[in-house]
Design a protein around this ligand. Structure first.
Ligand code: ATP
Ligand code: MG
Length: 263
């Protein structure tokens, strides 16, 4: 269970550019939950994910995972149970290495055994099985350099790497935003496949209101550092884009073209 209590994060404290990026944010997620987060530019979505992964320290509040207070735990100590897929397909995978080397690194994440290794037969079989689930033929390209893959193939590989060793939390920060609509759809379907019936908590930031409604069982709307709306279960399943627009408007949010044109 992930419990976030009154989280506040400020930037440039004491300067004219001081910014409260997260303002008293509270969140409760259970095992297997899939939360979508929607909000305009600068709402604090990435900051929230960065606080959960430990990239950023927090100013106030607590982050508890399975009852353990991880608020001040170093990022590298969370790495074995927090997986991330970023917006840019170039982040999260090593272009100079081939597919199976990337997977082997992900497989040994958090373990002592580093690069002085050979890839075992069992590992190869596991990689083959997971890659074939992408439906992109990646299992036939294991020796291919990752830099030669398309954005969609690379994001799919990043996703496989993120769930290869089951994390406790999977963080997806607009991981399909840099892809064309068709490829984005493929990667989202793969996301659903890998997260379905999983025990881990998935948090997906998106600027697409349809996707925020369609995917997951919980939804969080943010504006200027505040959580302005939350929905789960039936209420979330019955939401329409018009409902979200109305919630944004009640919160006084100015929606940019990026959000509106994507729906
Ligand atoms: N390292 C930083 N230093 C100073 N200000 C920052 C930093 N990171 C984020 N901010 C500010 O904090 C606020 C929240 O930023 P954040 O990146 O979390 O927004 P976001 O909701 O992810 O937006 P986007 O949709 O554009 O990705 C913004 O005003 C941003 O300018
Ligand atoms: Mg962001």
């Amino acid at each position: 269970m992930l419990k976030i209590e009154n989280l506040t994060k400020m930037f440039n404290v004491g300067e004219t550019t001081e910014k409260i990026a997260l303002n008293n944010v509270c969140l409760n997620l259970e095992e297997g939950d899939f939360l979508t987060i929607i909000g305009g530019n600068g709402a604090g979505k990435s900051t929230l994910l960065n606080c959960i992964s430990g990239v950023l320290s927090v100013d106030e509040g607590k982050i508890l995972l399975d009852g353990q207070d991880i608020t001040n735990l170093a990022e590298y100590k969370r790495a074995s149970y927090v997986s991330r897929v970023f917006q840019n397909p170039l982040d999260g995978t090593a272009g100079g290495m081939n597919i199976e080397e990337n997977l082997a690194l992900a497989h040994r994440r958090g373990k002592k055994r580093g690069l002085g290794w050979g890839i075992t037969k069992q590992e190869r079989q596991l990689f083959h099985k997971l890659l074939s689930e992408t439906g992109l033929g990646l299992e036939n390209l294991m020796a291919q350099k990752v830099s030669t893959l398309s954005g969609g193939q690379r994001q799919s590989l990043a996703l496989v790497m993120a769930v290869l060793v089951q994390p406790k939390i999977l963080l997806l920060d607009e991981h399909t935003a840099a892809l064309d609509p068709k490829t984005a759809k493929t990667v989202l379907e793969l996301t659903e496949k890998f997260t379905k019936n999983s025990k881990f908590i998935t948090i997906m930031v998106t600027h697409n209101m349809n996707d925020a409604i369609k995917f997951g069982n919980k939804l969080l709307m943010m504006n200027q550092g505040y959580v302005v709306f939350q929905a789960s279960g039936e209420e979330k399943a019955n939401l329409k884009v018009a409902d979200l627009i109305s919630k944004f408007s009640q919160a006084g949010a100015v929606l940019n073209d990026r959000i509106l044109l994507n729906n």
